[in-house]
Design a protein around this ligand. Sequence first.
Ligand code: ATP
Ligand code: MG
Length: 210
Amino acid sequence: MRVGILGGTFDPVHTGHLIVAEQAREALALDLVLFLPAGDPWRKTNRAITPAQHRLAMLRIAVDGNEAFGISDVELRAGGPSYTADTLESLAGERLDDEFCFILGADALADLPNWHEPERIVRHAVLAVAPREMQELNATVLNLPGLQARVRPFDVPRIDISSTDIRARVAAGRSVRYLVPPRVEAYIAAHGLYAGASPSAAGGGSGAGG
Ligand code: ATP
Ligand code: MG
């Protein structure tokens, strides 16, 4: 089986994630795309991350009805920070017949040298890279051992939606309709998520990778 993995904080999951996952599925002929929410992301310490239970609930709502989409909660169950390299390695160890593809935005690829042992990630998975607000790919990225041969850019419309922007809109009382799936929008409202967040909170960066 060909398995795509989309790691992230998903705080909250949004339409951009879903479109990227679907286009990667098609472009790389993936049988399954697993959304991999990060436990307690060790690289996003500048803001409070929404409790895992809410991020997971929103993901479940978002992937519901798509048979090719699933969720891996291994990093949530581990509690605390996990390294992507370790997670991929243990998934690869459990699923010996599967081929792995790690799906990520160009911003996350640019940040890859700062992750924990990125060469181990590249050893276990090809990297399907979606265009995003392009942070320059410096030489450090391209010099990662074995990286260039493992990168698979794929064709997906550039979607300028981010969780950071969604949190800011909710905090400002603005609409996020169509930026997230309808039931995710309802979930955010029902649980009062992001309402108290400061709209200027920088958040983001390159995601939860590590
Ligand atoms: P935040 O603003 O909190 O960082 P985010 O929108 O970047 O949130 P993440 O959970 O950090 O979402 O992203 C998970 C993965 O999905 C990363 O690899 C990221 O690059 C990718 N991604 C998220 N949104 C998009 C998008 N609109 N286009 C392409 N890739 C995206
Ligand atoms: Mg991000």
